[in-house]
Design a protein around this ligand. Structure first.
Ligand SMILES: Nc1ncnc2c1ncn2[C@@H]1O[C@H](COP(=O)(O)OP(=O)(O)OP(=O)(O)O)[C@@H](O)[C@H]1O
Ligand SMILES: [Mg+2]
Length: 358
């Protein structure tokens, strides 16, 4: 979205509230398509109070963690693309009659002023024109994206402090859209698919119908919601509660009780996602169905989560593989970033595979 042009590869840098992921790809042009291979990948956790609800609280910790990820993974390329998510991002789909470009630019400003719940001056606005539906080519379907400028400034600041060059800013939902296109081209082009990225602070939902984005939504629920509930219910510290979420037994609490809290949280999460998917399937009169659901993000590592989604939503569900079409040589990379880390890299894979703006 918000970016400059360039041919050099960019490092996809996903600064989540729980951890920083960096991914650098090598690209080869094969006929009309780009073929990707992982050049370097790095991950490092952030302290729990460094980024809270998407706001950078401890920028020094974020800067140090970014530097550590680059150093550990030996990434020397300083050109990064980052993404922003949460309530600082507004994505709206609007319909406009077909018009000339100049007129369109003015209409977009008007639409942004009327559709975005923040003062226009406080946001950066960009848009993408979606493929017109067959038979409806007189109308333009436009995806309007607005990001709060203060958020952009805060993230730009940590990138500068970490001595990297911020080449472009994306939003998580678009990165996930790109990651799905790059890795599941058949499903992307031919089916109605949903990708749900389950992070610490947020669940980002993307619905794509035959290559066209239909719904982008960030829900305020993720691993942290599980951890906070475990912490309160069993009077534990953050790390111990997080351990329980990741299947590490705590000596002081009974496994059965933990199980029931985790099951209740999982049920709540799935219901929230179901509600959002319902906005799409119930949107207009024609029959709409999600044909395939993918899960990514750290919380997608929660045992059997795909089966739980599938059972409740009755939609075939699988873990999303952000390296499905990206050559990935475990042996050449630091073993800590083996394939078991794949679910964490969905957003960074989408950032690193994004098409350069011309
Ligand atoms: N094995 C596991 N089982 C369950 N949860 C896990 C596991 N491993 C990591 N998590 C959880 O995944 C979350 C981190 O995922 P991720 O790195 O995708 O989040 P993030 O991008 O940093 O956060 P956000 O984008 O929401 O700010 C944490 O809440 C963590 O506890
Ligand atoms: Mg994230």
């Amino acid at each position: 979205m918000f970016g400059l042009s360039g041919e050099k590869p960019l490092v996809g840098l996903d600064i989540g509230s729980h951890g920083v992921k960096a991914l650098e790809l090598r690209t080869k042009r094969k006929g009309k398509t780009d073929v990707f291979a992982v050049a370097r990948a790095g991950y490092a956790p952030l302290p729990p109070d460094a980024i809270v609800e998407g706001a950078i609280i401890d920028s020094a910790a974020v800067v140090e963690t970014i530097k550590a990820v680059f150093a550990k993974a030996k990434i020397t390329n300083k050109d990064v693309v980052i993404s922003i998510s949460g309530n600082a991002v507004i994505i709206k789909k609007i319909a406009l009659p077909a018009m000339e470009n100049e007129e369109l630019a003015e209409s977009i400003i008007w639409e942004a002023k009327h559709n975005i719940p923040y003062p226009y001056e406080e946001t950066s606005v960009d848009y993408a024109i979606l493929k017109p539906k067959p038979g409806e080519d007189r109308n333009l379907e436009i995806l309007l994206v607005a990001v709060k400028k203060d958020k952009i400034a805060a993230y730009s600041h940590v990138i500068n402090q970490a001595r990297k060059n911020l080449v472009a800013i994306e939003v998580d939902a678009f990165a996930l859209f790109n990651a799905l296109e790059a890795n599941y081209p058949e499903e992307f082009a031919e089916k109605t698919t949903a990708l749900v990225n389950l992070g610490a602070n947020l669940a980002t939902i993307v619905i794509i119908e035959r290559g066209v984005p239909q719904l982008f939504r960030d829900l305020s629920v993720g691993g942290l919601y599980f951890i906070e509930n475990l912490r309160k219910d069993f009077n534990l510290g953050h790390d111990e509660a997080e351990g329980l979420l990741q299947g590490i037994d705590a000596r002081t609490v009974s496994a059965a009780e933990v199980e029931s809290v985790l099951a209740a949280n999982l049920k709540g999460l799935i219901e929230e996602v179901e509600k959002t998917l319902g906005f799409f399937t119930a949107e207009d009169k024609r029959e709409k169905r999600i044909e395939e659901l993918f899960l990514s993000g750290g919380l997608a590592n929660f045992r059997n989560i795909a089966a739980a989604f599938e059972q409740k939503l009755l939609v075939p569900t699988a873990l999303f593989d952000p390296f499905r079409k990206i050559a990935y040589n475990d042996k050449k990379l630091n073993p800590a970033y083996s394939r078991t880390m794949a679910p964490f890299f969905a957003v960074s894979a989408g950032l690193a595979t994004r098409k350069r703006e011309k």
